[in-house]
Design a protein around this ligand. Structure first.
Ligand code: 3HC
Length: 293
């Protein structure tokens, strides 16, 4: 019989972390939501409040359910409230040393039973796990953007993962209404390893001016039945995140498929990060609405 997961910590409330905290609370879990400072905490809280209001407006949640959901989340800038959490999800920026340092600190605070999960999209879960005294209780739990909507989570096991822990995390994913797939620890796991060569190629086509952004996106939406074209999807993912994922996969495999197209670094340096900064391949006057400039 698996371990009952009732209380979780979510560390990092950017686009992914806020979405993950919302999904957890929506499914009855108590959530300690942690950010580095008050300003970041308020941004995370606003993100969750906005998303919840939207769900009420669309008739997906009643006002009462939304209030209960929000009540299950406690916001804090301290890690200490995570001491008694059954599971922690880490969703901080994609820098290995940052993640290893966070887990080192959590290791000293949380109960020996607490399961540690990382939402990393391309870093090594094994390297993260060995920063703790409990590598057998550390797994990848990779959500997709937008986390409240996308059905997939990738559960990443390492060579030392305890099978019971893996089963508990897979059961949690199912409880969240997600379909878990399980994979060993390789850069990009399943979905990003297959997706990002395509996205990189689309950025190169655009950069070489073979076609307009609208035509590149229309080709894949209308010709291949995808919900979004690749450039719009890159704006959703974030150009900084996309660059980091490609760069990590390229460094691991040296496969030119994943050598980041130069345009990623240029846009990242110029602060054109996609939807979250208001401009990427497209310009956004308000969230979710691309406008042509
Ligand atoms: N947060 C919460 N809910 C959202 C949302 C968001 N950011 N964006 C859309 N939704 C919800 C809407 O409320 C709506 O819910 P409902 O059907 O229950 O009413 C539903 O999603 C559909 O939204 P819309 O009608 O506004 O728009 P679309 O039908 O165009 O769907 C989309 C939007 C779900 C984003 C769709 O275009 C899509 O599936 N795009 C592809 C997304 C994708 O490929 N994600 C994976 C990226 S890779 C990744 O995340 C890995 C990482 O490591 C980088």
């Amino acid at each position: 019989m698996g371990r009952e997961i009732a209380t979780v910590g979510v560390v990092g409330l950017g686009t992914m972390g806020a979405g993950i905290a919302e999904v957890m609370a929506r499914n009855g879990l108590r959530v300690h939501a942690v950010e580095i400072d008050a300003a970041a905490l308020n941004r995370g809280r606003a993100h969750i409040a906005h998303s919840t209001r939207r769900a009420v407006a669309r008739g997906k949640l009643t006002a009462e359910q939304a209030a209960e959901l929000l009540d299950r989340i406690e916001y804090t800038v301290d890690l200490e409230p995570l001491a008694g959490a059954d599971l922690v999800v880490e969703a901080i920026p994609e820098r290995l040393e940052l993640k290893r340092e966070l887990f080192r600190r959590l290791d000293g605070i949380c109960s020996a039973e607490t399961i540690f999960t990382t939402n990393t999209s391309s870093l090594s879960v094994t390297e993260i796990s060995v920063a703790t005294s409990r590598p057998a209780r550390v797994v990848g739990l990779h959500f997709f953007n937008p986390a409240p909507v996308m059905k997939l989570v990738e559960v990443v096991r390492t060579v030392v993962t305890d099978p019971g822990v893996l089963a508990d995390v897979e059961a949690l994913a199912a409880r969240l209404g997600k379909s878990p797939v399980t994979i060993g620890d390789k850069a990009g796991f399943i979905a990003n390893a297959l997706l990002f060569g395509y996205l990189n190629h689309a950025a190169s086509l655009y950069e070489a001016k073979y076609a307009t952004r609208e035509d590149i996106d229309a080709a894949m939406r209308l010709g291949c039945g995808l919900p979004m074209g690749p450039l719009a999807l890159l704006d959703l993912i974030g150009l900084d995140t996309a660059y980091e994922i490609l760069d990590t996969m390229y460094k691991q495999s040296r496969d030119r498929l994943h050598a980041p197209a130069p345009v990623f670094k240029q846009m990242k340096t110029a602060g054109l990060l996609g939807r979250k900064s208001g401009r990427g391949f497209y310009t956004y006057e308000q969230a979710d609405v691309p406008t042509v400039v």
